[in-house]
Ligand binder design. Sequence first.
Ligand code: PLP
Length: 387
Amino acid sequence: MKNRKLLMIPGPIEFTPEVMRAMGMPTASHVAPNFVEAFGQALERLREVFLCPSGQPFVVAGSGSLAMDMAAANLVEPGDKALVVNTGYFGDRFAAILTRYGAEVTQVRAPAIGDAPPLDEVEAALAEAQFKVMTITHVDTSTAVAADVQGLSALGQRYGTLVVVDGVCSVAGEEMRQEEWGIDLALTASQKAIGVPPGLALVVAGPRAMDVYHQRKTPVLNYYADWTQWLPIMKAYEERRPSYYGTPPVNLIWALNVSLGQILKEGMEARFARHGWLSDALKAGITALGLTQVPVGADRTATTLTAPYYPEGVDATMLKHVGEAGVILAGGLHPEIKAKYFRIGHMGAVSPSDILTTIGAVEHGLAQAGYDFEFGAGLAAAQRVLD
Ligand SMILES: Cc1ncc(COP(=O)(O)O)c(C=O)c1O
């Protein structure tokens, strides 16, 4: 019997064998021709995956929080006004980062956990002051709420505000069209739908964001994240010239190039559709088991993860039983409801059989926890959507 568990958390996710092989290759010098070629190609491919042909990509060793830090550090100067559209834990984090760089931060919060701020409230805030940037968490990993990025970005453009999207839990899974939707900067990390082990901060900045950066009057207040250092490096590798500022994580960048190649081979439209289909199947299974979810409505729900509440009488010990059945899930993250719900990540290379295995394991966990339900109902509902 195979003795391995299926990892279904919202990152790190499971990676393809080809990506893992790239991770295991003998590490080359960061100036070796095969590395320079792969880095250059990865930068080109990032534009295609973010759907931002005129964007400037940045690939730097670090996690998603560094990508957020990089966005704030390079775009904000002390005293600038920033608007945070807050749908949970990671909205709070963006507000904290922006504040650290001296921004005056205003937050528009969701009316309730699991909801998103209505567009008219965001518009009212935008109309009240000249905000230099507005940040949006595309999918808040603490709530599984997907913000209306397209609608919010249109508002940002109308009010002359730079639109920054935290796409850590969305890029390459959830539909996001950076250029078409008017997103000035989108960011993510390698370990989620991009499909590469943790360790890369990924940013694509559009022309308006780069202009704002070039027109800064004060130095960037973060030494490591400063585009003054990284922009020449990115340009050099794209022109297939080796360059150095901080040693690039060679194997991670090889793996990134492999994964981006796989994503583009699938095609962005097919990829968005697959994430939607598998998410629908999983959510149908969860609903058929009588579990409700944190997002308040289907139009607010992410396709990259699902956040079900435990049913009455069940708590986080259920996840141990799910683990016994071979699937690893994540507990709650939002501080106010942490003990009341759990999270299932389903992004990247996830397949229909992963969805069925997960629902089967959830059924096992619920049964072990003493919850009364029709055994197999979740599997049947998921299977109906998959078929
Ligand atoms: C939406 C979102 N933003 C930012 C982050 C921070 O990324 P990292 O943990 O890689 O620093 C995460 C991590 O899960 C996330 O889900």
